[in-house]
Write a protein that binds this ligand. Structure first.
Ligand code: NDP
Length: 500
């Protein structure tokens, strides 16, 4: 190893690259990390730390929280707070979010320094399989060599190039969290995680939001839960346009005029594309290292190793991988331990919990009901269900928007929580799928994921005594199966509990 400048060079300082580089340095390796942010299509730039901290999980969760606070104002009034007519100040929100992100960027730079990782704010590319080169500001080209190289450059949003005006005028999740002016009337194109999360918080902040759905919402997630999430979003004001998609976006008088595939034209202040992400591997000159690249720039790997044995890939650029920060972090750390500490533990991509931070959150771990049936056969699956209102939301009497009311008596928000366990009958009803729609789904799911990973059965869930009154306690007493055909919506009671 000593014939190289470094033992380990990491290209890309997002969650996976940072974690892997720091772990390798902790284990005594000589490490360099490259990170360089190319501006978005609208010119937005950010600091060290990658998508999650700058233009993903972190600012998204803060804006989601701001949205929840807005929705909570209604409940506050109901419970006696006397408040004036609320207004929302986008600039204040953006400033608060960006200040927090910048403080995290600062901490990340310090973290690399104290870990003794050499951080280079440069755009790296391969010169050969062991050599990385970059161009200094003065134009000089520098090179360094490494025994092992990890690629962790992450992904960027896809904007379809066949929609005239989209690339010029639309924003993406790379821009929304730093947007200078309030977004106003917004069209969100796409219907997965990013689209629904952005549509959700914008609606809760008071903007008029339409989501253009090409096929279904939240593809890949449990259908019943996904549709409940979307239906609740519609009940609180998000408009869903199923089918027609933009074919042209034109800007006039500061407005965006969008022509849809059904011939209709509508006007928005903001169009946000959330139509998937490509791996940002195009500028790495991977051909110089002989690394094979697949569709959308993604890199095929086996246990993080590319087709070149000393070159690795972690995070969102991995073909067939999961685009989730904690997955990238764990994969990067385990890789460093295998390379520099003789460890053998491999990343386990099964039973990865996740949550969608829509206004009514959705968390899950394991199989969807559909996937479990497809894998094990319908006769081997038992699904337990309970739909209810959490105590606080039930008591606060939130209302549907008028457009969603069937008549003058139909104004109450439907039961906002759904708890669901998908169990494998031949294995003593082992829980193979855990799904929860409702407040704090990320927190609830994180805890229960341990039980699912440890192979808990339905009986094990039943042994747990509930904490009353909570929503999560619903999982300790689910007793209605889908097969029974009985209604699974609570007609009373307090939250997820069984009392009353
Ligand atoms: P996804 O790839 O998950 O989904 C893309 C969405 O865009 C789908 O709804 C798809 O529709 C739609 N779409 C694709 N092309 C077009 C088009 N040309 N016109 C209209 N609609 C189109 O992308 P996301 O950007 O939402 O998320 C990327 C990844 O980021 C996810 O895999 C997720 O793992 C990660 N993420 C995680 C979060 C979390 O942990 N909370 C939050 C946000 C993102 P169709 O179904 O018809 O293909």
């Amino acid at each position: 190893m000593t014939s190289y400048d470094y033992d380990y060079v990491v290209i890309g300082g997002g969650s996976g690259g940072m974690a892997s580089s720091k772990e390798a340095a902790r284990l005594g390796a000589r490490v360099a990390l490259f990170d360089f942010v190319k501006p978005s299509t609208q010119g937005t730039k950010w600091g060290l730390g990658g998508t999650c901290v700058n233009v993903g999980c972190v600012p998204k969760k803060l804006m989601h929280y701001a949205g929840l606070l807005g929705a909570g104002l209604h409940d506050a009034r109901h419970f006696g707070w006397r408040l004036g007519e609320p207004t929302h100040d986008w600039t204040a929100l953006r400033t608060a979010v960006q200040n927090h992100v910048k403080s995290l960027n600062f901490g990340y730079r310090n973290g690399l320094r104290s870990a003794k990782v050499n951080y280079l704010n440069q755009l790296a590319r391969f010169a050969d399989p062991h050599t990385v080169e970059y161009t200094e500001k003065d134009g000089s080209v520098k090179r360094l060599t490494a025994a092992h190289i990890c690629i962790s450059v992450g992904g960027r949003p896809i904007i379809p190039t066949d929609v005239p005006g989209a690339v010029e005028h639309a924003i993406t999740s790379d821009d929304i969290f730093a947007l200078k002016n309030a977004p106003g009337r917004t069209l969100v194109v796409g219907a997965s995680y990013i689209a629904l999360e952005c549509a959700g918080f914008l609606n809760e902040l008071g903007y008029d939001v339409t989501v253009a759905v090409r096929s279904i919402v939240l593809r890949g997630f449990d259908r019943q839960c996904s549709e409940k999430v979307a239906s609740l979003m519609a009940d609180i004001g998000v408009k869903f346009k199923y089918g027609p998609l933009p074919t042209k976006i034109e800007k006039a008088d500061g407005q965006l005029h969008v022509t849809f595939s059904d011939g209709t034209v509508d006007t928005y202040q903001t169009v946000l594309y959330a139509t998937g992400r490509y791996a940002d591997t195009g500028g790495l000159a991977l051909e110089n290292a002989g690394v094979v690249v697949g569709k959308n720039g993604k890199i095929p790997v086996i246990n993080e190793v590319t087709n070149v044995p000393h070159i690795y890939a972690v995070g969102d650029i991995v073909e067939g991988g999961l685009e989730l920060t904690p997955v990238a972090i764990r994969a990067g750390e385990l890789l460093a331990r295998r390379l520099f500490a003789g460890a053998t533990e491999q990343m386990d991509y099964v039973n990865v919990p996740t949550a969608v931070f829509t206004p009514f959150e959705y968390g899950c771990v394991g199989y969807t009901e559909e996937a479990a049936i497809a894998k094990y056969g319908e006769e081997n699956i038992e699904t337990y269900l309970f739909e209810f209102a959490s105590l606080e939301l039930g008591a606060a009497h939130r209302s549907k928007v008028p457009a969603r009311r069937a008549d003058e008596f139909d104004d109450a928000l439907p039961l906002p929580c759904l708890s669901k366990l998908v169990c494998l009958k031949p294995e003593g009803e082992r829980v193979v799928g855990f799904h929860y729609v409702g407040p704090n789904a990320g927190e609830v799911t994180q805890g229960f994921a341990l039980a699912v990973i440890l192979g808990a059965t339905k009986k094990d869930f039943n042994k747990v005594i509930g904490i009353h009154p909570t929503d999560a306690e619903s999982f300790t007493a689910l007793d209605i199966t889908r097969a029974s055909g009985q209604p699974f919506a609570a007609s009373g009671g307090c939250g997820g509990g069984k009392c009353g």
